[in-house]
Design a protein around this ligand. Sequence first.
Ligand SMILES: Cc1cn([C@H]2C[C@H](O)[C@@H](COP(=O)(O)OP(=O)(O)O[C@H]3O[C@@H](C)C(=O)[C@@H](O)[C@H]3O)O2)c(=O)[nH]c1=O
Length: 182
Amino acid sequence: MKITATAIPEVKLIEPRVFRDERGEFFETFRADRYREVTSVDFMQDNCSRSKRGVLRGLHYQIENPQAKLVTVLHGEIYDVAVDIRQGSPTFGQWVAEYLSDENRKQLYLPVGFAHGFCVVSERAEVIYKCSDFYNPQGERTIQWDDPQLAVEWPIGSPILSPKDAVALSFAEAPYFEMNVV
Ligand SMILES: Cc1cn([C@H]2C[C@H](O)[C@@H](COP(=O)(O)OP(=O)(O)O[C@H]3O[C@@H](C)C(=O)[C@@H](O)[C@H]3O)O2)c(=O)[nH]c1=O
């Protein structure tokens, strides 16, 4: 397993060891001892979503139960984005992105204090992610995927959005985290 810091060093790119043979392939999506190198959070919830090409989910975060996330693609390919919303962070307002797929088997780890989103660049994508706290619908916030201040360079235009994501907050009006509490 290879762990690489991204341009925002707290966001890590993980390349698990993939065992391929004539039957197919095998890799560990998570194991507590090895992933301690990446994070010491305790994961509390696992999620799975399936989306079609052109879908964009995000940019989401929880304000009351902030969630660190470990993102894995089971099928297809996504462009996965992490935005630093920790006020006082040297990389506040910056973003990093990685292509995660069932070919490259890369995973992305986002600590608490980041907004998360992804878009689907394959016919379908099935994504699983571990979260370090529970989902709370009241505590969820969404920042506009195309906020001009953030200027995330998405590989698709005119994405398919949920009604909630279509009326998201601008980055300027979104609540942030304090760097020292996350
Ligand atoms: C996220 C979530 C949703 N739901 C429900 C609420 C809703 O009826 C349905 C679909 O929810 P959403 O439209 O919010 O799903 P989605 O747009 O996929 O939301 C997710 O996006 C990615 C980018 C993230 O990082 C996640 O934390 C989460 O915010 O599932 C849960 O029951 N538990 C959960 O943890």
